[in-house]
Design a binder for this molecule. Structure first.
Ligand code: AP5
Ligand code: MG
Length: 188
């Protein structure tokens, strides 16, 4: 099974993906985490993208395509991926569809965590004290939220039309959300 988890910045995508990975023996592909590792390791790519990430905008589709193809093409991950933070715009949806066809796979389930701007700002400011992510200021949280509304909400509509979408109330506790997601996956 391959699944996608959507939600605004700080919604709990990574938190829930960690849980799904353990429980269902899947692998997480957080494009944000992969990109942050490039910055941390001071690679050429990391130098190229750090100002984009720190402005709350999206990194170019071509860069992200290469990262994603590394995972989809790897047999170890075949039909066992949780896409966290990808695809983020309609162009990335098209690319993902092409890659899935190329490697004979499909998306089985799409989850969306619904969380208000007020809640995500609170969570992001709390996380900043622990993880020290450079894009975790109040101003950038709002900017990232706007990027999400403009670029990613049309993507969610696309999967809704394909009847793959389950919307989850992400305002509840981590455990309550875990339980709902787990029940949904078990039924797939
Ligand atoms: P990315 O890393 O994907 O960031 P994001 O979408 O902004 O989401 P976050 O990772 O901030 O939040 P999350 O939903 O994972 O929440 P978490 O579980 O940590 O992307 C970063 C940047 O990379 C982008 O802005 C862009 O520049 C670039 N990028 C990434 N993908 C790209 C792509 N496909 N194309 C182009 N560019 C791309 O939870 C947040 C906090 O809340 C944690 O502290 C957690 O403990 C807490 N928490 C979680 N759930 C709950 C709960 N239910 N109740 C209380 N607290 C909770
Ligand atoms: Mg995350």
């Amino acid at each position: 099974m391959n699944l996608i988890i959507f939600g605004p910045p700080g919604a709990g995508k990574g938190t829930q993906a960690d849980f799904i990975v353990d429980k269902f023996n899947l692998y997480q592909l957080s494009t944000g985490e992969v990109l942050r590792n490039e910055i941390k390791n001071k690679t050429e790519l990391g130098k190229e993208i750090s100002s984009i990430i720190n402005s709350g905008s999206l990194v170019s589709d071509d860069i992200v395509k290469k990262l994603v193809e590394n995972y989809i093409s790897n047999n170890k991950y075949k039909n066992r991926l949780i896409f966290d933070g990808y695809p983020r715009n309609l162009n990335q949806v098209q690319t993902l569809n092409e890659l899935l066809t190329k490697y004979a796979q499909k998306i089985d389930l799409v989850l969306k965590l619904s969380v208000s701007l007020e809640t995500i700002t609170k969570r992001i400011l709390e996380r900043k004290t622990i993880e020290k992510r450079s894009d975790d200021s109040e101003e950038l949280a709002v900017k990232r939220y706007k990027t999400y509304e403009k670029s990613t909400e049309p993507v969610i509509e696309y999967y809704k039309k394909l009847n793959l979408l389950k919307v989850i109330d992400g305002e509840r506790t981590i455990d309550q959300i875990n339980k709902e997601i787990s029940d949904i996956i078990t039924l797939i």
